[in-house]
Design a protein around this ligand. Sequence first.
Ligand code: GLY
Ligand code: MN
Length: 360
Amino acid sequence: MANNEYEQRRQAVAEGLAGRKLDALLVSFSPNLRYLSGFTGSSGALLILPGKSILLTDPRYQIQAPQESTCQVRIVKGPLVIGLLAAVKKLGVKRIGYEPARMTCDFFDAVKSQLSLRASLEPVHGWIEELRMVKSADELELIRRSVDTNSRAFEQTIARIKPGIKEQDLAAELEYRMRRLGAEKPAFETIVATGVRSALPHAQPTGARLTAGDLVVVDMGAFQGGYASDMTRMLSVGPPNAKVKRMYRAVLEAQLAAIDAVRAGAKTARIDSAARKVLKGHGLDKVFIHSTGHGLGLEIHEPPRLGKHDKARLRAGMAITIEPGAYVEGFGGVRIEDTVIVTEKGCEILTPTSKDLYIV
Ligand code: GLY
Ligand code: MN
């Protein structure tokens, strides 16, 4: 990402301070910190004010921080809040916005006790998350790459596996491939669930083996260049029976209907209802127990959410997942998930992997 993109983001925040009656914004949550500064370290605090941004971090990052960020870097030996206090004293800022949803109580208490004589702390809700929702061209490129890596890791792995493999081993293989193809790490704990366990939407892989007649859910994502991808595909160990085929077709129809409803201006709940309506027609709406999708970017789950009650409207440039599912206890579950980019007229499906039921 070009440095001037981070500078433009900080500039936009600095320009928004006065309207929120703030002198500065304090950001310590890693994805927001990275979004605004480019800094990828695990610990830091960013203070943005008009014409100046100060990035405080510890000596582990004294070489890395100035390489990654054009903010003024202050290396703080000891608690970051001591460095923060020094900066606040020097700059004379009086009203500092902070992100209550994104800060530990401990850090907040430390900041408050150090700064209370100098400045007031004012809660700010969802400002940076709102900026992050619509992706820039460079961000979309990174998401494309992440999606591509994820799909290639899936395809390479599935081509090699045999019935009898353990869920855990399949998950490990997918993650290994993903890293060999350029990902930094999985975007979440890879889900591989076979047989009746496929009815658990967020199953953790176990020692269970893929056995003839099983339906298998594989839900995987990569982080590459800091950006997430997310995909779910289904496997059948041996030929699927008629009930599995019916359920698979119903979920696929729901997924395609939801994708068809995506366009700039559409209400997020409308995308969800498009999927839900199809599943209802197949008697499966009661077993669709999560939302239809979510935004993704520097986090695997970020706004907007595409659920029954979500009122936000889609905007061109949002990256979202579309992932309806149906989960029948004692039988199994089906979920099909793609990563897509919202456009003015519809969407661009990034996930290149075929949506056929894979027979292994
Ligand atoms: N793919 C995992 C999730 O969206 O929760
Ligand atoms: Mn997902």
